[in-house]
Write a protein that binds this ligand. Structure first.
Ligand code: FE
Length: 228
């Protein structure tokens, strides 16, 4: 039943002293109109969680439907503790120097934390919106579109992660149609679909992919894939 709930996809960003970071969440929602307030659920293990707790400010970037999977992989499947996620991304400085990601964003919101609730694995931050701006026209990326059209996966740290039901017997396939799964993020390469975003046409077997091809979601190399 959880899959019937609708969500979007957003980058939230924050700062701590001079360090900045951001991550993808799907749980941003408006909670009151007067005054304008929003809430977001963030995993406690995320570096961005630590930064929001310290600075009390965060920004929300509303992603466009045409956001490349690599961008989503960078913010959704990699940690700011391992890579500098913001070094090559277009952003501006917002209130109290909080980073605001403008790349692939239809609009942005900036908020100050007015309350936070410990809900176990996550913290629910409630923020008062200090500033908002539409950046360009376009369709916002919904979670349904991300999963069904872009074949995106849900990382375990997401608020809406549900464990897969693996009670289906594996199907033996010939090598040309064999699906391969990324060991890092779980994205599946299906030869029947190919990887159109990276100009790999449908019908290309996994073994025929170029050696420098990488996971469109997280950037992992070909050697980090296993037969599914
Ligand atoms: Fe991956």
């Amino acid at each position: 039943m959880f899959h019937l709930l609708s969500y979007g996809l957003y980058v939230i960003a924050s700062k701590s002293a001079k360090k900045i970071n951001g991550c993808i969440v799907n749980t941003v929602f408006q909670v009151t109109a007067f005054p304008p307030r929003i809430a977001v659920s963030v995993n406690k293990e995320n570096l961005t969680h630590e930064y929001i707790t310290k600075s009390g400010v965060f920004s929300v970037s509303i992603l466009s439907e045409d956001t490349p999977m690599k961008f989503i992989g960078l913010f959704g499947f990699q940690s700011g503790r391992d890579v500098d996620k913001l070094c090559d991304v277009k952003l501006i400085k917002g209130i109290e120097d909080c980073p605001v990601i403008t790349e692939n964003s239809l609009g942005i919101l900036e908020a100050k934390v007015i309350n936070q609730v410990d809900i176990g694995t996550h913290t629910l931050f409630v923020g008062e919106v200090m500033h908002g701006k539409r950046l360009r026209e376009g369709k916002p990326l919904t979670y349904e579109y991300y999963q069904q059209v872009k074949q995106g996966k849900t990382p375990k740290r997401a608020a809406t992660y549900t464990a897969p039901i693996s009670d289906v017997a594996p199907v033996i396939k010939d090598s040309a149609s064999q699906e391969y799964q990324c060991d890092v993020c779980g994205w599946v390469y299906n030869p029947a679909v190919g990887d159109p975003e990276n100009e790999i046409p449908p019908g290309t077997s996994f073994t025929d992919l170029p050696d420098d091809w990488t996971c469109p979601l997280c950037g992992a190399s070909k050697s980090q894939f296993s037969p599914k």
